[in-house]
Design a protein around this ligand. Sequence first.
Ligand code: SAM
Length: 355
Amino acid sequence: MTDAPESSTDSVPATTDGPLGADLRRGPFTEGERVQLTDPKGRMHTITLGTGKQFHTHRGYLAHDDLIGRPDGTTITNTAGVEYLALRPLLPDFVLSMPRGAAVVYPKDAGQIVTMGDIFPGATVVEAGVGSGALSMSLLRAVGDQGRLYSFERRDDFAQIAKGNVNSFFGAPHPGWSVTVGDLVDALPQTVENGTVDRVVLDMLAPWDCLGVVGDALAPGGLLICYVATATQLSRTAEAMRDHSGFTEPQAWESLVRGWHLEGLAVRPEHRMHGHTGFLISTRRLAPGVTPPVRKRRPSKGAADGYDEADVQAVMPSGEWSPEDVGERPVSDKKVRKLARSFSEQQSDQERPGG
Ligand SMILES: C[S@@+](CC[C@H](N)C(=O)[O-])C[C@H]1O[C@@H](n2cnc3c(N)ncnc32)[C@H](O)[C@@H]1O
């Protein structure tokens, strides 16, 4: 079953000699690739190089033809004498500038997920939801062309956006990637054999709903890591992991990255930073039939035994978690439809002979 996922997979052999996408990260700039231009004030613009095209600002313009064929890390001066530094975007630059449907996992958290989630080359990894595909890119890079990433997304329009972003980042469909449109709870058991998955990464509103199928899919010793936005989700996920009884005691953390200002003698932390993105919680799958050792630590006085459904009912009478409940900004359906349409048009152009 593992070799033939029930999905509309984009997996085709890579057309390049080395690992997929490696050739796009080296050599002179070529037509069709993205280039990041930084002006003297540090403002960034991302352009897609096209023969005969021009990049205009209120202060002059520059011809794309003057960049095509030039080395990465070049400077270019526009018609008004403004000098730009031209660099190929790195993965974090690409993620932060790509079109988004759902909120993305930020590069600092993707780095934590890859390392603390022990995503290794050749691994079989399951991911849900796909959202805009930001985390998929880091996971695909980590598993490499010999690994497998089974991604699940219940919204078809988001899946289209993710495929468009990921294909554009790697320059071709990744040979180890499949995207299944559907709810993880229904689709996972039909896609992978029980006990064959090395790692599972969940970025969704209610990961606790998926622990049963995730527990079945994971190989003994396999790792589950969840990214959640709020402490309420974190608490409920931790309790569900404990209740499942086939997982080790979960560990939770967050990461804070504070940039530094480097100017003359003013070497100090930046005044502004992202105070919060999300929490990570991870656990390992126990071998079948093994129960976790009894915890010696007692909960502190006053701590409840577990997650209290009555508290949830009080703030959410419907019992359904929504993006707004956890403070996510809703994306308009119109914007998502427009993005999905533009990616599916791009895909049909690529599939057309000579496209
Ligand atoms: C925050 S987004 C994921 C963002 C993604 N990790 C990225 O970096 O671009 C959460 C996604 O999970 C999807 N989702 C939520 N529950 C799901 C489930 N049970 N099965 C599949 N997808 C689910 C939602 O539709 C949404 O697109």
